[in-house]
Design a protein around this ligand. Structure first.
Ligand SMILES: NC(=O)c1ccc[n+]([C@@H]2O[C@H](COP(=O)([O-])OP(=O)(O)OC[C@H]3O[C@@H](n4cnc5c(N)ncnc54)[C@H](OP(=O)(O)O)[C@@H]3O)[C@@H](O)[C@H]2O)c1
Length: 288
């Protein structure tokens, strides 16, 4: 039995859909089971036969976090610690997701798990604090640092691009931030295989789709596939712009691609090219 925490967010809904398709039994909870409330979390887990707790809950509003870091910290650090304590209480494995924003983006090489962290945003600091709280509390965990997450169950870069491309004649997209997208559906398939293997290679892993691109590169292929599939129904002129031309409250790392050698050796994990995963996303576009 699996406890799916944050079952109504983008990644949580992808897990729920996959569990339902595969007939895997799980209990899903949303924000009514508040992870920041230790008593709620511990009493919810108490006496339950959960072998895994999958945490998809988080404070994910990257720009808003700059002005409410305390609130973000409560969810991204204290909530994670409460789930770790619950996992310990019932001897479950905690599967948790973190972010490329724990790095400053100054590296010229893809980041390894052993590289020094140095978040440049409030969101990144709170996610790193969550990792530290978790790893300080328990041993049986998998933390997957992921980047540029998108999928059919939430608002994200791809869905935003599709909307804007259907509204505008010209669109500037940032070309000086490099990284890799992570497709929720493929991530979930990997995690389910990992669970089925019963792997005990606990630790922190870097995971994303294969390929290092800029947001502009991503947008260009979204546009091409969108036009081919008829989901984008008009011509748009795409322009490369700099981060300076698109100011945001939170600073983003300039280069946040991951070295994925470690996750490539993890039981059940397969890595797909980002373009292949994007094509798959378009196949299911609009389906809920
Ligand atoms: N999105 C990205 O680009 C990205 C990139 C890298 C890493 N990640 C990480 O990937 C994971 C999944 O992200 P996502 O995009 O799927 O997130 P999401 O769509 O924002 O979903 C987060 C969920 O957490 C729930 N939640 C918030 N506060 C809670 C609380 N106190 N107690 C219980 N539930 C609470 C939210 O419920 P309500 O909506 O009801 O508040 C929401 O359903 C997160 O750990 C995130 O940090 C995301």
């Amino acid at each position: 039995m699996i406890w799916l925490v944050g079952c109504c967010g983008m990644l949580g809904r992808e897990f729920a859909a996959a569990f339902e398709r595969a007939g895997i039994s799980y209990t899903g909870t949303g924000s009514e089971t508040d992870v920041t409330d230790k008593n709620t979390v511990l009493s919810f887990a108490s006496g339950k036969n959960f072998k895994y707790i999958i945490n998809c809950s988080a404070y994910t509003a990257v720009d808003k976090a700059e002005s409410e870091e305390d609130k973000a910290l409560l969810i991204n650090r204290d909530g994670v610690l409460n789930l770790a304590l619950a996992a310990k209480q019932i001897d479950a494995v905690l599967i948790h997701f973190s972010t490329d924003y724990v790095f400053d983006g100054e590296s010229s090489e893809p980041y390894k798990e052993t590289d020094a962290t140095n978040p440049v945003s409030a969101y990144g600091r709170t996610k790193l604090a969550g990792e530290k709280a978790l790893t300080g509390a328990i041993d049986k965990y998998f933390i997957f640092r992921i980047s540029w997450l998108y999928g059919r169950f939430g608002g994200n870069f791809v869905s935003t691009m599709i909307r804007l491309m259907n509204e505008r004649g010209s669109l500037g997209v940032v070309d000086d931030q490099k990284g890799s997208p992570t497709y929720t559906k493929h991530l979930v398939e990997n995690v389910i295989r990992l669970i089925n293997f019963g792997s005990s290679k606990y630790g922190i892993y870097h995971y994303s789709d294969e390929g290092i691109i800029s947001w502009y590169d991503f947008a260009a292929v979204i546009y091409r596939i969108g036009r081919e599939t008829g989901i984008i129904h008009k011509d748009v002129r795409l322009r490369r712009i700099t981060s300076g031309e698109y100011p945001t409250p939170a600073k983003r790392p300039a280069m946040s691609a991951f070295n994925k050698d470690k996750v490539g050796r993890l039981e059940g994990f397969k890595l797909n090219r980002w373009e292949d995963n994007l094509s798959d996303y378009f196949k299911y576009y609009g389906e809920k």
